[in-house]
Design a protein around this ligand. Structure first.
Ligand code: 13P
Length: 250
């Protein structure tokens, strides 16, 4: 059976519409669709339309927003609703990325609001969880990740779970060049998987790893059966390098 894998690029605050268009021209030419592989791009909001248009012919690839607000409209300067993201071509969104949590103070409760707003609009959710270095050193890794998971998925019906993906991104591994060993990551993935199975044993929810993934370590991470894909920041910004990672044999 072909293994299903998800390769997700989080461009963070890089690649405006012009560079995004050039990037995708190059990347898509180098990356033909492959059975069982899904490609996701999370560009800055201003590039969503461009990215979604560039991916239109590719049923294996989708664009998503990096963040959304849970309210459908209103006086929320600087925020983007689910409806606006959808109109700009987003099929889903990241929720609870560590930078949202730790730089912008997003709470567990807010991640739950965002997840429910996306699911209500039949959009995909990539819920991100992960511990800080202090939490890891205090032995709290699984407790923190499972708490974030439970808060993010609060009041989510089992029928909505197929719209959800999880990304385990240890905060200390993001952008630091330090990544969890494949075995350490798989341990956390297995704990997340058990919690998901308790909710619904039948829903297959991909659990991705993120945090300093690059062309040199992607194969070892994806060799772990518990790791269903990767969510990549820095190493997704170069189209050739990202094409190489998306071609990883696993
Ligand atoms: P890096 O791949 O740059 O460590 O970022 C990971 C990340 O935050 C993806 O969402």
């Amino acid at each position: 059976m072909i293994r299903r894998l998800v390769f997700a690029a989080n461009w963070k605050m890089h690649l405006g519409p012009g560079p995004a268009s050039d990037y995708l021209g190059r990347f898509l030419a180098a990356t033909p669709p492959r059975d069982g592989r899904t490609l996701l791009f999370f560009p800055p909001a201003a590039s969503l339309l461009t990215v979604a248009a560039a991916l239109q012919e590719r049923s294996d690839a989708r664009a998503g927003a990096q963040n959304i607000h849970w309210e459908p409209k209103g006086a929320f300067t600087g925020e983007m609703s689910v409806g606006i993201a959808q109109e700009a071509g987003a099929a889903g969104a990241l929720v609870g990325h560590s930078e949202r949590r730790h730089v912008f103070g997003e709470t567990d409760q807010q991640t739950g609001f965002k997840v429910r707003a996306l699911l209500a609009a039949a959009m995909d959710v990539m819920l991100c969880v992960g511990e800080t270095l202090a939490e890891r050193e205090a032995g709290l890794t699984e407790e923190v990740c499972l708490r974030q998971l439970a808060a993010g998925l609060a009041d989510v019906a089992p029928t909505q779970l197929p719209q959800v993906m999880i990304a385990y991104e240890p905060v200390w591994a993001i952008g630091t060049g330090r990544n969890a060993t494949p075995v350490d990551a798989a341990t956390v993935h297995n704990a997340i998987r058990s919690a998901l199975t308790e909710r619904d044993a039948t829903a297959h929810i991909p659990v991705l790893y993120g945090g300093s993934v690059n062309a040199g370590n992607a194969a070892a991470l994806l060799a772990q059966p518990a790791i269903d894909g990767v969510l990549v920041g820095g190493a997704s910004l170069d189209p050739d390098g990202w094409a190489q990672i998306c071609a990883t044999e696993a």
